[in-house]
Design a protein around this ligand. Structure first.
Ligand code: GTP
Ligand code: MG
Length: 289
């Protein structure tokens, strides 16, 4: 028997939440492919990334945003917060992603204030339910009445992801509109994605402030005999950071290159030659973000 499908629905669904709650991990789980980078450090995501789900029911465009910040003194945080407020304009739904395992701080309150002005349907997404100790679970459950619906998930383990997609279709407006061609999973280019993957390895490997000082640009992607040749430059703001990234005898940069290459070879199922350079450019944030 043929499944009965109602009128098509489509729209933009923005994920907001403070740093580290798992927004990018959730984006990847929803789309079923690693399009956004993730790390245990705050402020991993820098530019809003779209993840696209196209089904018979219609098309959902998920927008992953950077965490919202209260420390507005540095220009990076300012730019990131501005890009979140911009993402909240002209959208069809908000997923407010929260982490019940971590203390509620000023950043959480700032996100809640942002949400007060949003009039479209808002879904409270309680993430990380795979973690046993959730001391702040009740705090979020008490907010239930402010939201259209609530769901508990684990983005990392893929728990209740399909239920969340069904829930979203329930509240999405009727529309035949396709924002992206069917089959397309993201708005970011191949080069940008490669650069993001390198940035992820920097985030995973480097300590404290160093990863926040970097920007990655991929300059060349080229077929060369049996290998795919990729040339990329890591820009950092300071000589000191350059030294820390390169490491003693070049060990640091070698490790970053190797882990990126390993992941790329696994995903692309082919041999990769990665040519990584580190340059100092104090103005990359103004130039590239
Ligand atoms: N245990 C557990 N860990 C998770 C889950 N979802 C995400 N994480 C982890 O939480 C950390 C942060 O995840 P991200 O997806 O980078 O968080 P984010 O909200 O995008 O962070 P920003 O981009 O900095 O705003 C990573 O180490 C993830 O592996 C989950 O469901 N369970
Ligand atoms: Mg992120």
């Amino acid at each position: 028997m043929k499944k009965i499908i109602g009128p098509k629905k489509s729209g933009f669904v923005v994920m907001v939440g403070r740093s580290n709650v798992g927004k990018s991990t959730l984006l990847n789980a929803l789309v079923g492919s690693k399009i956004a980078i993730t790390s245990p450090k705050a402020q991993t995501t820098r530019v809003p990334i779209h993840g696209i789900v196209s089904r018979e029911e219609g098309q959902i465009v998920f927008v992953d945003t950077p965490g919202v910040f209260t420390h507005m003194h540095d220009s990076l945080s300012k730019r990131l917060t501005h890009s979140v407020s911009e993402s909240l304009q002209d959208i069809d739904m908000v997923l407010y992603v929260v982490d019940p395992t971590r203390e509620i701080g000023d950043e959480e309150k700032a996100v809640l204030r942002l949400l007060d002005h949003v009039t479209c349907p808002k879904i409270l997404v309680v993430n990380k339910i795979d973690i046993y100790r959730k001391p702040f679970y009740d705090f979020f459950m008490d907010l239930k009445d402010k939201f259209t619906d609530v769901i508990e998930i684990s983005a990392k383990q893929g728990t209740h992801i399909q239920s969340l997609i069904e829930m979203i279709y329930t509240y999405l407006p009727e529309s035949e509109e396709l924002f992206y061609p069917e089959g397309q999973l993201t708005n970011i280019s191949n080069e940008r994605w490669l650069a993001e993957l390198i940035r992820e390895k920097l985030f995973l490997r480097l300590r404290q402030e160093v990863p926040y000082s970097v920007h990655v640009e991929v300059e060349t992607v080229e077929e060369r005999e049996k290998v795919l040749y990729i040339k990329a430059t890591i820009y950092t703001t300071d000589d000191r950071y350059q030294g820390m990234i390169i490491g003693k005898g070049g060990r640091g940069i070698r490790e970053i290159g190797q882990s990126t290459r390993k992941e790329l070879e696994a995903v692309m199922d082919r041999q990769i030659y990665l040519d990584l350079n580190v340059e100092v450019n104090p103005h990359w944030a103004e130039q590239y973000l």
